[in-house]
Structures are given as structure tokens and as C-alpha cells.
Design a protein around this ligand. Sequence first.
Ligand code: HEM
Length: 156
Amino acid sequence: MSQNHALRADSEHAATPAAALRRRVFQGYRWLLAGFLLAGVTQIFLAGLGVFSLQNQGLATQGDTAFAPHRSLGFAMGGIALLILVLALIARPDIRAMILSGVLVLLTAFTQSLLAGLADSHALYGALHALDGLLILAIAGYLYARAAQRGIGPRS
Ligand code: HEM
């Protein structure tokens, strides 16, 4: 096939309703990643707020209240991560983005709760929870940067 033929086939393919839908879903995927990053930064702020609200109090019931906003936003982020995965599977930007979106769900929706629960018996798990938070933000930042670099849509 000549180069002109290939280009024409490409643009015809991109003009199909399915390709247009994937492009639109890809835009949603990208915006959702931006929202997830913003929520992640807020999440770290809320964790700090919780820790310093607890200073000189140290009571479990106080802790429940101090960390309630952090816990609620954390669960919401698990839901957003799941939505990001669904959009990635529809838009199919590339295999790496799809796999990393799956990893984001695992780390946000499951690992964070597991580590926070285990931290009740050993503080080390709490430290891993904080580190996992950074890893989550790094992955989301990487996915967003790749999506922004790609521009208007996934490869057809
Ligand atoms: C993207 C980052 C983060 C996410 C998504 C996240 C998510 C969560 C979630 C979902 C919970 C509730 C767990 C459950 O009750 O099942 C939680 C609890 C907690 N998080 Fe995070 N977290 C993040 C970062 C951090 C950081 C950086 C710290 C720093 C110290 C932190 C400290 C805590 C603490 C102390 C709790 C326990 C609160 C309690 O026992 O009520 N988190 N987090």
C-alpha cells in the first residue's frame, strides 16, 4: 500500500463513529485523571490536618473524627480510579495506560484500606500507607502526562 493510501485509510478509520466515541471517552479519561490528581493533593493535605488535629489528644475517638474527611475522600478516590479504568478500557490509549489504570484501582481502592487497617497493629503499615499514597499520585501523574502529550485522542 502506498503512503497516500495508508494515510487515507487512517483518516477514514478515524472518522468512524466508534473512533469518534473513543476520542471523546479519551478526553473524559484525561479530565478524570486531572481530577484524581487534585483529589490526591487534597488527600495529603487532609492527612496532615488529621495528624495535627490529633496532637496532644491521642484518643481513638478523636482520631475517627479527625480523619473522617481523609477517609471519605480516600473511598471516593477508589471510585474515581475505577471509573478511570473503565474509560481507559473503552478509549484504549495503549496497553501500558490500561495496565497502570488497573494498578491504580488496586492501590487506591484495596491496598490503602488494607494498610490503614493493618496499621492498627503495627505503625510500619501506616508508613507504607503514606508511601503508597505517593506511588498512587506518581502513577496518576504519569498517566496524565502521557494522555496530555497524546493530545486529542488515542491511536486509531
Ligand atoms: C493518595 C493518597 C491517599 C489515599 C488514596 C488514602 C486513602 C485512605 C483511605 C481509603 C483510608 C480509610 C481506610 C479504611 O478505613 O478502610 C485512609 C485512612 C488513613 N490514612 Fe490515608 N490515603 C492517602 C494518603 C495518606 C497519607 C499521605 C497519609 C499520611 C500520614 C495518610 C494517613 C492515613 C491515616 C492515619 C488513616 C487512618 C485513619 C483512621 O484510622 O481513621 N493517608 N486513607
